[in-house]
Design a protein around this ligand. Structure first.
Ligand code: DSN
Length: 430
């Protein structure tokens, strides 16, 4: 690990702050192929809106009903952003204030369940995010977390086994969370909503869909539409396939008055004091970009993911999900256990200027998380820079030449940076 070299004197620290940002901008911003599935870049115009006077202000409360003065333009921008997001997702309820996807999830657990209640979600190897688990936000809320039964071969929820769990958990069950971090294929929201309706006719269990990874694909009409398929509430982050600033969001269409007010209260004053207002103009800009360019961006993203997966498979990688066409999202995953494991492979790729993350695969023991079998890739950022199927094939060849063919890290690093520099301009923007 790089250590801070500067002596702890103020001038050196100030210089270190500037130098490190400039190195980060040069290396991660311009010199590497970024395939982390949870990241993206904003357009330069959205970036310029992100750094504004809003950054220094407070605006607790809601539009038109603030606890602070001086919020005239906060109201304008937040009102426009809420309307844009509602239009984009055909949602009747939106809350832009959660600061992250995990915090949005905690708001849902707080609003729809109390300590001691049960919650269902995918375990981490099956794709679940840490925030739905007992060691994450759900556990912080005191929920008893149970696994949604998952079929590791076809990457989907086992509905019949899930019905059995509904019966076993009975009235203690309050939230079912779908979605996840390893998210290759749509989840059977419709069928699960139907099974929930049959098992709990009073409708007292909230069907929650975490769209953090796929929000941009949903906006572009290229993934499932959870609100139309029966989810009561959707949480997401706004910076993965949706190319906005880092932050969280809540969406819904059929909340009862009491549910709506519990959710609002869980966000504020429950979990958020100030909601970091400088995010909102950038989020509005990204929403406008997605209204205009979202369908093209999302369809190219999914096409690129399929193309990368196919090329990797043809070059000898054990790409998961082959029987279902590898992927229907921005993600691709392969089993790297025959190549030394996820930790070794992800580190070798980093040294070759290709940034990925190691990832547990369905069926793996969660205790393998420091050296899991899998590598997870996401193509949403390289797609935003204009890369298409041809470049996906070039990237797959770099993986092959480094990890199977024995080409040096230095040589692949040069190839990766060269390709990145051919695609410097953000696309799908005004
Ligand atoms: N853990 C992040 C990921 O999926 O990469 C999301 O918070």
């Amino acid at each position: 690990m790089l250590q801070t070299q500067a002596a702890l004197d103020p001038a050196s620290l100030a210089r270190l702050a500037k130098d490190t940002v400039s190195r980060q901008n040069e290396w991660r911003g311009k010199g590497t192929l970024n395939l982390i599935a949870s990241e993206n870049v904003m357009s330069p115009a959205a970036m310029s809106l992100y750094a504004s006077d809003f950054e220094f202000r407070y605006a607790e409360g809601t539009i038109g009903e603030r606890y602070y003065e001086g919020t005239r333009y906060v109201d304008v921008i937040e009102d426009a952003c809420e309307k844009a997001i509602k239009t984009l997702f055909r949602a009747e309820f939106v809350d832009l204030r959660p600061l992250s996807g995990a915090q949005a999830n905690l708001a849902i657990f707080s609003a729809f369940a109390k300590p001691g209640d049960s919650a269902l979600s995918l375990n981490v190897p099956s794709g679940g995010h840490i925030s739905y688990r007992d060691f994450g936000a759900a556990g912080c809320r005191g929920l008893a977390v149970h696994d949604i039964p998952f079929n590791n071969e076809d990457f989907t929820v086992d509905i019949e086994a899930l019905r059995g769990l509904f019966k076993r958990l009975g009235a203690s069950l309050k939230v079912v969370t779908l979605g996840g971090s390893l998210f290759l294929f749509p989840h059977p929201v419709n069928e699960i909503a139907k099974a929930l309706g049959e098992s709990f006719p009073d409708g007292e269990v909230a069907l929650h869909y975490d769209a953090a990874h796929v929000l941009g694909l949903i906006a572009g009409g290229q993934f499932q539409d959870p609100l139309r398929e029966g989810a009561l509430v959707v949480s997401a982050s706004t910076h993965k396939t949706f190319p906005g600033p880092q932050g969280g969001i809540l969406l819904a269409s059929n909340l009862k008055d009491k549910q709506r007010s519990s959710l609002r209260k869980a966000v504020f004053p429950g979990l958020v004091s100030n909601h970091h207002i400088h995010r909102i103009p950038a989020l509005l800009y990204a929403a406008a970009e997605m209204m205009r360019f979202g369908a093209d961006y999302a369809s190219q993203t999914v096409a690129n993911a399929k193309s990368l997966a196919r090329s990797l498979d043809e070059l000898g990688f054990k790409v998961v999900g082959k029987a279902r066409g590898y992927t229907s999202s921005h993600q691709v995953a392969f089993d790297a256990s025959g190549l030394g494991g996820g930790a070794l492979v992800s580190r070798a790729l980093t040294e070759a200027n290709i940034i990925v993350n190691k990832n547990l695969l369905p069926g793996e023991d969660v205790r393998n998380s420091k050296n899991p079998a899998g590598i997870r890739l996401g193509v949403q950022e390289v797609t935003r820079f204009g890369m298409k199927e041809r470049e996906m094939d070039s990237i797959a060849h770099m993986f092959h030449d480094l990890l199977i063919g024995g080409e040096s890290k230095e040589s692949i690093a040069t190839r990766a940076t060269k390709l990145r520099r051919e695609f410097e301009e953000v696309k799908f923007t005004f």
